[in-house]
Design a protein around this ligand. Sequence first.
Ligand SMILES: Nc1ncnc2c1ncn2[C@@H]1O[C@H](COP(=O)(O)OP(=O)(O)OP(=O)(O)O)[C@@H](O)[C@H]1O
Length: 772
Amino acid sequence: MSTIRGSASFVWDTNKMLGQGATSTVYMGRNKKTGEEVAIKVFNQQSYHRPYAVQMREFDVMKKLSHENVVKLLTIEEELPSRARVIVMEYCTHGSLYNLLDQPENSFGLSEEELLNVLKQVTAGVKHLRDNDIIHRDIKPGNILRSVAPDGTSVYKLTDFGAARELQQDEEFISLYGTDEYLHPDMYERAVLRRAKGQQFGVYVDLWSLGVTFYHAATGNLPFRPYGGRRNKETMHMITAKKEHGVISGVQEQQNGPIKWERDLPPTCRLSGGLKALITSFLADLLEKDPDRTIGFDEYFNRVDDIISRRPYHVFNPFSFSLLLIYARPKDDMSQLRQLITDQTGIPGGAQLLMHEGKVLKDESREPVSSYIRNISSDNPIIVFNKLPEFRGFFKPHYGSFKDVPQETNVATDYPLAKRNFACLHSAKNTVKTLLHNDMLTTKAVKMYSKYVHEKCCQLENTMDHLVRACSDVRLWKDQLFMSIGMQAGMFNMLTTSNLKPNGIDLAGRVNMLQTIHKTGNRECTQMCTGMQSKLDKAMALLQDIKAGHMIDADWDPSKGCLPSDKCIEKMDFMIQRLLKIMNSFREDRAKQQLNNNDEQIHRFDKNKMKEICVTAMTLVDDDCTKKALHLFSAFKQLYCKAVQINDAGERLEILMSEISHEHGRLVNKLKVSGKNCISQMDVCMVALGQSSAVPNGDSSEVAEITPPASDQPSVRPSRQERLDTVLDSLQSTRSSLEEVRALITENTTLMEKFNSLGEPTEDYKSWEYVP
Ligand SMILES: Nc1ncnc2c1ncn2[C@@H]1O[C@H](COP(=O)(O)OP(=O)(O)OP(=O)(O)O)[C@@H](O)[C@H]1O
């Protein structure tokens, strides 16, 4: 009999079945004119037992909908010659989400990226339904179809509107639909247990089903699993109806055994800690029976929006050997990013040193981090260093556990056993990948930190050079200044004993003052110089220590951990290929049910091989990769503790240099003030002397005689004007030398400013401020 069927415009082969449900079989078909591939839903006899209005509802609902994440209705035609109505839909090329979850590599749930994709697209489809006041009532992975876009990304589409109907937000319905494991407990009680007759349900039943679907997608398992599965109906209902708020899974492992309640996703789940934290509370709210605590659709859409709008930042934490994903909101700034890092690492914001591509990330900007932190990936993550050398336990990813392989052949159970171990092997490969990646990132962290310490050391050395120069200069100027002040005091003293006393000037008072400045100022400044020098000596010694140990990565050996050249991933791939062959052959054996001697023999060999593969894989992960990663981790710990000592010494040196800089500033100020005072004294005096030069020769009533210094030479007594000029010249030259010293001090201030700006490259230098 021919297997070809057709309608007016489409043709399909009943041998090319895409899937089968309770009410229909879906075939792959083609448009007769264009050859376009389509999916044809052909209803079975069972479906016609439903009321006519219900039969029509699927068509009506599909006609109303048009969205990228909802399977598109192409047309409704009649099969010829039966005239039974068939639905012609767009063909989704890659099966359903259920098929994807059934693949062994997804046995412990989808990857992070794929889960976010499912969350985003399924929610967009549900939103379109809600916008059209439609509830689905049978949301489950089998009713979420998958196509692949040209760029390789999955496109998910809601399908099967056989149970859907129009329902406003606050309306209720009585008829029962859905699939056992995904049913809201109230619906389950009514539909499966046939109790609580007459109870009405609202749109919230879709939210529960979405919760179960997302849990399934995140973990590869159903959240509520009574012992014996679907058949154990009472326990199933008990688990869902009695679970406490916040519990997201309940599993019964033995007959009539206790229920293992969980509030977290299982450790085998492939999601990052960051996403797990967001998803867990979201799932807890979806899987909530208490009407006072359930969330509505608006809240559901907001929560999903919040999750998918976040930007993931890869952050490597070498202190726990883990690569984290930090989900920051679009507007989060640096301090908020730090807080999110604290949430996952326990490292307080103030103790975090964040580095990316060798540079320290600074906190100055209040701008969203998304506007300036770019180019972050798992290979190029932000690295968080803890300024305090505190370590968390080594993080080892879980890969589940291989199931024991019994000797005896059992064709019925050997295939699921192989499938389970195949899934575990995939998970083990992911663990190997993670360990290798974290080994590489640890080495990257070491190199980065080492370079940071080295650069800091060079800066310290540079700064120290400037400081030494500045201090020796200021010492020199101090000597020159006080020499000039001394000369000035001598000059004024000479005037007091001469007859060239300038009018209205208390020369004796000034001499006194200058002598005090000279004596006490000089003493104080010399003391300051001595104090500065002793600090400088200490700083030099500290710098020498830092320089001796600052190449912290000199002995770092990356081969303590695994290297790509060890080919661990390739080894896992090889085992995966071998186990895949065995698994496929076990599937064929299961279909045969009875094996001939030859097949039986091969089956037994394969089983031994499977056992061998499991043992080899476990040895590779646990004894090789994990142990090596642990070695590398402890080498990092040792190195970091040493690095912290150097860093501490650097910080102490910075404090010391800051103190020296401060003292230098004080000294410069003191010299500047002294110099300025002396110059103004001198100016007043010179003006007065200039006036006194107008006094006529021989008039000694107002201006005293200058007594010339004693000399062995017979003295020719100079004229009064000559003597006055000599005094003025001396004063002038003393003034110039004071001016010079003042200029040098000012120059020194400029030098110190320059020197302060040299401290800029690291944030620790911010405290380094020259306060004149
Ligand atoms: N458009 C499509 N493209 C590809 N495969 C499809 C398509 N529609 C349905 N299928 C496949 O056919 C299966 C059955 O389809 P569907 O769920 O619509 O039938 P049903 O009889 O209403 O099922 P249920 O028992 O869930 O009510 C799906 O799980 C899927 O594998």
